[in-house]
Design a protein around this ligand. Sequence first.
Ligand SMILES: [Fe+2]
Ligand SMILES: [Fe+2]
Length: 249
Amino acid sequence: MDEKRRRLLTGLSFAGAGVLLNSCRNAPTSNSFATNEEKKESPAPGEAETVEVTATEDLMREHGILRRALLVYQESATRLRQDPASVPLDALEKTANLFRVFGEDYHEKQLEETFIFPTVKKAPGAAPAYVDILLAQHVRGREITDYLLSISKADRIPSNSVETLARTLESFVRMYEHHAAIEDTIVFPTWKAAVGQSELDELGAKFEDIEHNQFGDDGFEMALKRMEEIETSLGLSNLEMFTATAPPK
Ligand SMILES: [Fe+2]
Ligand SMILES: [Fe+2]
C-alpha cells in the first residue's frame, strides 16, 4: 500500500466510521446495521442482554479504553529503545488517532469539559482544586497527540528523534495514568454526589445520545474493537503475558 493511502486509512478510518454510522442513524427508519429482526427486544440466543450503563460507569470504562492505548504507548517506548524498527508506525498512528477522536474530542471535550468540570468546580471539598490542572493536562495531551500524529506519518523515525519520542510517550503515560486515576477516585464521585440520582440518570441518557450522535450506535464498542485490532497487530493481545514474575523467595 502506498504511503498516501496508508495515511488516509489510518488517519480517517475511525472518525470516518463514526460519520458513516451517524449518517445511518439519522436516516428516519434506519438504526445502524440492525435488521428489523435484530431490533427485536429480546437478545439472540447466546447474545448478552444490553445492560444500562450509568454516567460514571460510562466515563470510567472510557478510561479503560484510554488506559489500553497508554499500554501501547508504554510498550512502544520500550521497544523504541531496543530496536526502533520494531515499532510499526501505523499502529502508533492508529492509537494516537483513537486517542484524539475518542479520548480528546469526545470524552474530554464533550463530557468532562462540558458537564463534569463546571459542576465539580463549584462543589465542596478537595475536587475543585484539581479542575484547572486537569484542563491544563487535556491541553498538554492534545499537543502530544499532535506530535505523535505528525511523527508517525513518516516512513521511519529519524534516529535523532527516537529518544525524544520514547520520552514523550512515557511522559504522556505517566501524566494520563495519574490524571484518569484522580478523575475516577475524586472528580467523578464528587460530580455524582453534586448532581443527585435523578439528574444522574438523565445525564446518563444524554451521554448515550452524545455518544450515538458522535459515533453511531456504540462508540465504546467501536473504540474497543479498534483497540483490540491495534493490540493484536503489536502482539499485545494476550493478557497472560503481562502476569508479573514471581517475587524472590
Ligand atoms: Fe480528563
Ligand atoms: Fe477522563
